[in-house]
Design a protein around this ligand. Structure first.
Ligand code: NAD
Length: 359
């Protein structure tokens, strides 16, 4: 497929290719939508095998960011940048600064942040060449690591789901299977434990498993066994695509509520879960805590209390999506996409004050 076909199929606004032969920088920045504000999305530094694969990922992730921010009620559009290469081998100051100049050339239409293969320290380097960067550490006036905010949002979503399924938001004595106990997953396990829930965990990182299990009493299972755990909720907090045709058929839970992006391998799995009576809480509604936290940094002076209050809105956002799904007899996933598209079309069509801009 040609680049224009790829851009056009999901109505992206723009794709920018950046190249610096000295450092080896090859970057693609995809802007899906700026209808609600600047396109915000992280920088993914990853050894893509082909340029086509990198482009596809940038386009897919940029669209996801548009939906996530729109449905969260933020005045932000969606974008994503990818840098092609192995960060452990290729990442240099020169490459990051050359990349930052590509970001800067967009004049604020795209604002970057951390993602896979990029760190807070990289954001500091990027900030030497452009002001269109977020997720800086608090010592730089930024909002720092977004993971605790993301975990806070996931817990709120779990309470919303519990209320719907069992008539109470109380998570005490519920069992939650958590796939991946990295930055978000470990914070989630801590919060679940405080709420009185039991956790079953898996990860490929043995040391992290032992640490979490001894601290919070979590039961450890093998990575492939997590789909067979008899539990109330399954929380995918590792990589995307965890729920495919096979794993969706195996799950023994009442609901899926987790932080991972793009949890469903295809949209078919939303129907498959619904047919099995498993409530799927759409990932981009549930995991918006991180972007909501970062959006507060864009206001100019980050305030964690204000950010936390905004993250707590995720619960209401999810409730509205589930109501819409029930009323219309559609899956929550379809309802969530509709909510996002309606806001982009509705609010995006008025002459909105661009509050997301730092100017
Ligand atoms: P992370 O890299 O800190 O954690 C991911 C964990 O998953 C790691 O501990 C890793 O060892 C583990 N893992 C990898 N493959 C696995 C497998 N097959 N089975 C079990 N565990 C496996 O990442 P994170 O920041 O905690 O993010 C987790 C997920 O949430 C990602 O999909 C991310 O895109 C998404 N997300 C994160 C944030 C955030 O604020 N960090 C915000 C929105 C979405």
């Amino acid at each position: 497929m040609g680049v224009f076909d790829a851009i056009g199929s999901d109505t992206h606004e723009e794709v920018l290719y950046g190249y610096d032969p000295v450092s080896g920088l090859r970057t693609i920045i995809a802007i899906h939508s700026t209808a609600l504000g600047p396109a915000l999305g992280g920088t993914r530094f990853f050894p893509y095998e082909t340029e086509e694969e990198a482009l596809r990922d940038a386009l897919r992730l940029a669209k996801g960011m548009s939906y996530k921010s729109a449905a969260a009620g933020l005045d932000l559009g969606g974008g994503k940048a990818v840098i092609i290469g192995d960060p452990d081998v290729m990442k240099t100051e020169r490459l990051l600064r050359a990349y930052a100049r590509v970001v800067d050339s967009l004049g604020g239409r795209y604002v970057t942040a951390e993602d896979v293969g990029a760190t807070t320290a990289d954001m500091i380097t990027i900030s030497t060449e452009t002001r269109w960067v977020t997720g800086l550490p608090d010592t730089y006036g930024g909002s720092g690591d977004p993971s605790p905010a993301t975990a806070r949002g996931v817990i709120g979503a779990m309470r919303c789901v519990a209320e719907r399924l069992w008539g109470t938001e109380d998570l005490a004595d519920r069992t939650v299977a958590v796939q991946g106990i990295g930055k978000v997953g470990s914070s989630l396990v801590e919060r679940l434990t405080k709420a009185g829930a039991k956790t079953v965990i898996c990860d490929v990182n043995e040391a992290a498993l032992q640490r979490t299990s001894s601290e919070f009493g979590s039961v450890i299972v093998a990575t492939d066994e997590i789909f067979d755990v008899d539990c109330d909720m399954f929380a995918p907090c590792a990589m995307g695509g965890a729920i495919n045709e096979q794993t969706a058929a195996r799950l023994r839970c009442r609901a899926v509520v987790g932080s991972a992006n793009n949890q469903l391998e295809t949209e078919m799995q939303a129907d498959q879960l619904a047919a099995r009576g498993i409530l799927y809480a759409p990932d981009f509604i549930v995991n918006a805590g991180g972007i909501i936290n970062i959006a507060d940094e864009l206001r100019g002076s980050y305030d964690w209390r204000r950010a936390a209050q905004a993250v707590d809105q995720i619960r209401d956002n999810l409730r509205k999506v589930l109501d819409k799904a029930e009323e219309r007899g559609i899956t929550p996933n379809v309802a969530a996409i509709e909510v996002a598209r309606e806001r982009i079309a509705g609010i995006g069509s008025i002459n909105l004050k661009r509050r997301g801009h730092k100017s």
